[in-house]
Design a protein around this ligand. Structure first.
Ligand code: HPA
Length: 270
């Protein structure tokens, strides 16, 4: 694995002028952020050795290097989901490569179903913590000490200082944001009403099918993390409605300007 990480990082480094310290995983609701990146160099995943290729509708696969304001950034347009059939090592491989390239801060977005009764469709939820319910752990197996410790601390998976900064930006610009616990599940089914209730009871505010694996590997690698969900549907007791990929995309698109604004300001200012 280490060999592959190094080969992939070397290939990417040979294609770009500047190696940034900040990376962004452009999940649902944040695709538009690429339009704010200037001086772009794009590398399709298909050209990158050892990179998986993303298959989901609404996700194009490429790495984008450039500037967000004055900040050098690397963005992943398209991520790898466990439900697509990748194993956890593949899902999190890009984060290992990021670390090898010198990334120190990672910003992530996703779409999620809201279980908290105070949430509404289109809300933005800053992730304060997560519950990992994926059936496979990304750090399962032999630990490579050069990548991180065997038993990583998870007491502050989501950086308190970045959360504070994001809240400050939101307040200053009169953007309402929620905060909460993200439950990561394998999908691809959306939840049954009983599952939403269960996730609420165990302490979840929102549920989705991504992010947790990447965050675990980033923390293992010592990368600081900030993550945000756009609430695209509700799994609140009594009001669980039918949910489809199209509805998720539509709700995410509507919330996109808010989400983009907060992420852009945060990345530029932190
Ligand atoms: N559940 C799981 N994943 C999701 C949801 C949901 O309700 N909405 C968007 N992604």
């Amino acid at each position: 694995m280490i060999e592959q990480i190094k080969e992939t990082a070397a290939y990417i480094a040979s294609k770009v002028q500047v190696l940034p310290k900040t990376a962004i995983i452009l999940g649902t609701g944040l695709g538009e952020l690429v339009n704010h990146i200037t001086d772009k160099t794009e590398i399709p995943y298909t050209e990158i050795p050892h990179f998986p290729v993303s298959t989901v509708e609404g996700h194009q696969g490429k790495l984008i290097f450039g500037k967000l304001g004055k900040k050098d950034v690397m963005a992943m347009q398209g991520r790898f989901h466990y439900y697509e059939g990748y194993d956890m090592k593949q899902v999190t491989f890009p984060v290992r490569v990021m670390k090898e390239l010198g990334i120190e801060h990672l910003f992530v977005s996703n779409a999620a179903g809201g279980m908290n009764p105070d949430f509404a469709i289109g809300d933005i939820m800053i992730i304060r913590d997560h519950i990992n319910l994926f059936p496979e752990h990304p750090l399962h197996g032999r630990n490579h000490n050069e990548l991180g410790v065997r038993f990583p601390d998870m007491s502050e998976a989501y950086s308190h200082r970045l959360i504070a900064k994001a809240l400050e930006i939101a307040e200053k610009n009169h953007i309402k944001v929620q905060q909460g616990v993200y439950v990561g599940t394998q999908g691809p089914t959306f939840e049954t009403p009983a599952e939403y209730r269960y996730f609420r009871i165990i302490g979840g505010d929102a549920v989705g099918m991504s992010t947790v694996p990447e965050v675990i590997v980033a923390r293992h690698a010592g990368i600081e993390v900030f993550a945000v969900s756009v609430i695209t549907d509700l799994g609140v007791e009594g009001i669980v409605e039918k949910c489809s990929h199209e509805e998720v995309q539509k709700a995410a698109a509507a919330a996109q300007p808010k989400m983009t604004f907060i992420m852009k300001e945060l990345v530029e200012q932190f």
